[in-house]
Design a protein around this ligand. Structure first.
Ligand SMILES: [Cu+2]
Length: 238
């Protein structure tokens, strides 16, 4: 509505194309409006009254205002598929603004949050509205253990693990185990949508020791990804 009126005013004034272009930059319809910046109250321990909202697919920000007398964070009440809070910010001191990670994956709805430092009494709500945006697909990975000889794994000290991402995924970590014993770990892998990678997990010295004996060894790998579901794989190496 505001868009049409403003443009009409410029046109009626017989403005040059330049002014119309400037108006388009200001009122242009393609970009979603910016997500709200959730604010802590400068005096401990509440959030400012709000309400806070964002469009689908946006990342909300959290600001702890300059002069605030305590550090705070924004942490969702509900858990997400990775077992951590559905969305979360770092804990920040006064005069700092950080993204509230994970809000780009939220469906339309209203989500409660609190500050883990000060407990459930410091709480607020974030409304996700349809707006002009669209929800960002949640990170999703599939982990498999390719066929490989036990001898080769023993001799090289490396276990091959394949990770495939169906959507853009970052913060991927892998943990290989034999029973409850950890053989190898890795973290920090990023993959674009549709990409796959074979990772050679370097066995820890205790891991090498754990697979030294026997004609076959059962190994399992758990792949975790921030804000997405974990993926598990098993194989008996011979
Ligand atoms: Cu707090």
């Amino acid at each position: 509505m505001r868009h049409d009126v403003s443009m009409g005013m410029f046109r009626r004034a017989g403005s040059a194309g330049l002014i119309v272009a400037a108006a388009l930059l200001v009122f242009g319809g393609s970009a979603a409006r910016a997500a709200d910046t959730i604010q802590a109250d400068p005096t401990c321990c509440t959030f400012a009254p709000g309400p806070w909202s964002q469009d689908l697919g946006e990342i909300a920000n959290f600001n702890n205002p300059a002069g605030a007398d305590a550090p705070h964070n924004v942490t969702a009440n509900d858990k997400g598929p990775d077992g951590g809070p559905l969305f979360r910010s770092d804990s920040i001191v006064a005069g700092t603004t950080v993204p509230v990670k994970g809000t780009q994956y939220l469906k339309t709805g209203s989500y409660g949050f609190f500050c883990t430092i000060h407990g459930p009494s410091m709480n607020g709500r974030l409304a996700v509205e349809p707006g002009k945006g669209s929800v960002v697909p949640r990170p999703a990975i599939k982990v498999t253990i390719p066929n490989q000889s036990l001898n080769k794994v023993r001799n090289s000290g490396k276990l091959k693990v394949k990770v495939k991402a169906t959507t853009k995924s970052s913060g991927i970590s892998l943990k290989a185990k034999k029973g409850s014993k950890t053989l190898a770990t890795s973290s920090g892998l990023k993959l674009s949508a549709g990409a796959g990678k074979t990772v050679k997990l370097k066995l820890k010295s205790s891991g090498r020791k754990a697979i030294r004996k026997g004609k076959k060894v059962k190994v399992s790998v758990k792949g975790s990804v921030s804000f997405g579901k974990p993926s598990d794989a098993k194989r008996t190496l011979r």
